[in-house]
Design a protein around this ligand. Structure first.
Ligand code: FRU
Length: 522
């Protein structure tokens, strides 16, 4: 009996120590699986690429994703699934869509069919409908051009159980090899569903009354944007136009691979008019507009059915690049999503430009703030608070600053580092991951990647989200964004401000360690 009581006590003691370590030590959480982010969404295991089917319904944000549950490299695609009540804490759910005789389940979207136009549910219980691309590997093998078609599936129980529509595909392929990634939304003026998807380096627009029968409306893209690669994962929506109060502005996102501003995959956007059938680019500037200049934000699209009272346009992308996505040095899982962002427009001297900000719910993860006092930074200042998961907001006063380069260094005791900053001579923000750690898995990984500053405000704002293996830079309140991943041999735990060839005036800074959200496993 005594022995038994002793054993119980030992177990309880062991459990409570373990729990303490789990809750108190962000560092130890990240080292459980090397490079596993703490507050960014990752699959429980194995391969993940594009976010899919994001839709909000009955208090839940659904996030589906391209997933191969049998390997850490890309393969037969399924839709993995998770839900969240706040975009921060997540619950993993079973795989929603499996490949079938028509093919793998490639990227797509989901909507709530509120008026039951599809007849797949009823008005009291509207169906959630997923619209995705079937990719038929047998068609590829046979050398056909018609192996990508669009299919639908529906759920009547808040996305838990999915049934494929019996008469799939709902859109046959006319003979175009790249014919994929449907994004569907309800167009109020014409009272029709609109589907846009990518076809080679164009966007195709179709419409439908019932999500089942689709009519071709138009093509977009011949003389617009970047054509350095295949177009993928488009999205089309309105944002408030700040230059014309009460006016809305249509915005189209189109991912492109390769052709990104720093090589490989990236997402461009267009500003235009849309009448339900034709999208007209109204941006007078012929240069390509990029959602994010970093190498690691791809295939991002926005949530459907966000309630009017909320009104946000919420975006999430895949934090990787096809140049090396299959080779990054993680073992049990591959890749993460960016932290969810809200999109809006800003009226700049260059014209309207897209602005991205982390969703406000990030504040739920903030731990005790440390204020960085105003001071002149010369060469280097350690602001380290021993954290590899944090948010830092910095304001620099450029009026009396003369540094050629300044910014933030993340580093470890092995001498590995990432530098995130601004180069005043070139008016460019950058992320430099040349000495960041493991990089020999791909020739395209290492490098210094740059982005233009789009304002000449005397106060420069830099906001960084750092999470073990990634940094997202939101400069000038989100006007210029760079997202990149890195793989240090030991987690970075030192954060410092630095300058080169001169000094810079820090006006103020706020540093928040970020804690691990709740993620419930299957
Ligand atoms: C984009 C993409 C999509 C496709 C999916 C396949 O990353 O290539 O065009 O549907 O990934 O997994």
């Amino acid at each position: 009996m005594k022995k038994f009581t002793f054993l119980i006590l030992m177990i309880v003691a062991a459990c409570s120590t373990e729990q303490k370590e789990m809750t108190n030590n962000v560092q130890s959480l990240s080292t459980v699986e090397q490079h596993r982010p703490v507050f960014h969404f990752t699959p429980p295991s194995m391969w993940m690429n594009d976010p899919n089917g994001m839709v909000f319904y009955e208090g839940e944000y659904h996030l589906f994703y391209q997933h191969f549950p049998d390997s850490t490299v890309w393969g037969p695609m399924h839709w993995g699934h998770a839900v969240s009540k706040d975009l921060v804490n997540w619950e993993h759910l079973p795989i929603a869509l499996y490949p079938d005789s028509l093919g793998y389940i490639f990227s797509g979207s989901a909507v709530v069919d509120w008026n039951n136009t599809s007849g797949l549910g009823d008005k009291a219980n509207p169906p959630m409908v997923a619209i995705f691309t079937y990719h038929d590997p047998l068609g590829v093998e046979k050398g056909t051009d018609t192996y990508q078609t669009q299919g639908i599936a529906f759920s009547l129980d808040k996305g838990r159980v999915w049934e494929k529509y019996a008469e799939n595909p709902v859109l046959e392929n006319p003979g175009i090899k790249d014919f994929r990634d449907p994004k569907v939304f309800w167009h109020e003026k014409t009272k029709k569903w609109v589907m846009i998807f990518a076809a080679q380096d164009r966007v195709k627009i179709y419409h439908s009354a019932n999500l089942k029968e689709w009519t071709f409306a138009s093509d977009f893209g011949e003389n617009s944007g970047n054509h350095g690669g295949v177009w993928e994962c488009p999205d089309l929506f309105v944002l408030d136009n700040p230059s014309q109060p009460n006016r809305k502005q249509w915005v189209m996102l189109v991912s492109i691979n390769p052709g990104g501003p720093n090589g490989g995959s990236a997402t461009q956007y267009f500003l235009g008019d849309f009448d339900g059938e034709v999208f007209t680019n109204v941006n007078p500037d012929s240069s390509t507009l990029w959602v994010d200049y970093g190498k690691d934000n791809y295939a991002g699209v926005t949530w459907s059915d966000i309630p009017k009272a909320d009104g946000r346009r919420i975006f999430i992308g895949w934090m990787s690049n096809w140049q090396y996505a299959n080779k990054v040095p993680t073992e049990k899982w591959r890749s993460a999503m960016i932290f969810p962002r809200t999109l809006s427009l800003s009226d700049t001297e260059l014209g309207l430009r897209l602005v991205s900000k982390p969703v406000a719910e990030i504040s739920k993860l903030r731990e005790k703030m440390t204020t960085l006092e105003a001071e002149t930074i010369n060469v280097s200042k350690d602001i380290s608070l021993k954290s590899s998961t944090f948010e830092v907001l910095l304001q620099f006063d450029l009026t009396n600053s003369n540094a050629a380069v300044f910014g933030v260094t993340l580093s470890n005791e092995l001498g590995e580092e990432v530098k995130v900053g601004y180069d005043t001579n070139n008016s460019e923000y950058f992320i430099n991951r040349i000495k960041s750690g493991k990089s020999d898995f791909s020739d395209s990984f290492s490098g210094k990647h740059v982005a233009p500053r789009l304002t000449d405000e005397a106060t420069m704002k830099m906001r960084l989200l750092v999470d073990v293996a990634s940094v997202e830079l939101f400069a000038d309140d989100g006007l210029t964004v760079l997202t990149e991943v890195f793989f240090p041999n030991k987690d970075y735990d030192k954060v410092s401000l630095y300058t080169k060839d001169g000094s810079v005036n820090l006006k103020e800074g706020k540093f928040y360690p970020l804690k691990k959200p709740q993620v419930s496993e299957l």
